[in-house]
Ligand binder design. Structure first.
Ligand code: PXP
Length: 251
């Protein structure tokens, strides 16, 4: 199995739930744009936002503002629909992460079934790649899904860490192993490997220590923890946990 030498681990801060809070009262506070500015100061390497079909948190205007006013790379999470491809082509984010989306779900539940949607995904991936957007697919840590991503020509995968994070203690090591194995296969297939979903101060270190993983996308926990620590401190502490795990030190 191929493992790359450890590169710096990037942190993409997902600001969706700043918008969730804003939308609860229908006004402009708290502002996702302001959160992105704070994230940049706190050491984020990118901003991630999921524009859902139902616009339950991030809205089209947010994407425009983030693209225009934030210098960090923008990673637009989206379903692989024609509507979203159109949005991506009009705002040209640095990256697009294709995710499964079901209206009734509370959050992205499970990875994209890439292997089962080759005909649907391939032309949409090609359109985004041709526009210069770095395309990733959010998948479960499953070798078949990795091979499908490779076959379709996307340069990046994001491994779903939610099952690992939610696992009972006696199952967690097995779930971590699946992520480690998948990251090694991504290396063999020369796919850039990201990971995310459900990560917290308690669960981030073993994922951050996987050499092939070069980016983590983290949102809900950071926005929740901001209630107690402030957003800048929460992101700073996450950065410390990630960096310490990367060099094999205790945080
Ligand atoms: N990566 C992807 C593809 C996601 O859909 C999400 C949730 O929007 C995340 C990462 C971040 O997950 P969480 O908010 O649980 O940190």
């Amino acid at each position: 199995m191929t493992t790359a030498p450890k590169q710096k681990l990037r942190l993409g801060v997902n600001i969706d739930h700043v918008a969730t809070l804003r939308n609860a009262r229908g006004g402009g506070h708290p502002s996702p744009l302001q959160a992105a500015r704070v994230a940049a100061v706190a050491g984020a390497d990118g901003i991630t936002a999921h524009l859902r079909e139902d616009r339950r948190h991030i809205r089209d205007l947010d994407i425009g503002h983030l693209k225009e006013e934030i210098s960090l790379p923008l990673n637009l999470e989206m379903a692989a629909t024609d509507e979203m491809v159109k949005v991506a082509l009009s705002c040209l984010p640095h990256a697009c992460c294709l995710v499964p989306e079901r209206r009734e779900e509370l959050t992205t539940e499970g990875g994209l079934n890439a292997a089962g949607q080759i005909a649907h995904l391939t032309p949409r991936i090609a359109t985004l790649v041709e526009a210069g957007i770095r395309v990733s697919l959010f998948i479960d840590p499953d070798p078949n899904q990795l091979r499908a991503v490779h076959q379709m020509g996307a340069p990046v995968v994001e491994l779903h860490t939610g099952t690992y994070c939610d696992a009972a203690e006696d199952r967690r090591d097995d779930e971590l192993r699946r992520i480690e194995d998948a990251a090694a296969i991504a290396g063999e297939l020369e796919l850039e490997c990201h990971a995310g979903h459900g990560l917290s101060f308690d669960t981030v270190a073993p994922v951050a220590a996987i050499p092939n993983v070069v980016e983590l996308n983290i949102g809900h926990f950071l926005v929740g923890e901001a209630v107690f620590l402030g957003l800048e401190n929460a992101i700073g502490k996450m950065r410390q946990c990630m960096d310490a795990a990367r060099v094999g030190a205790a945080p």
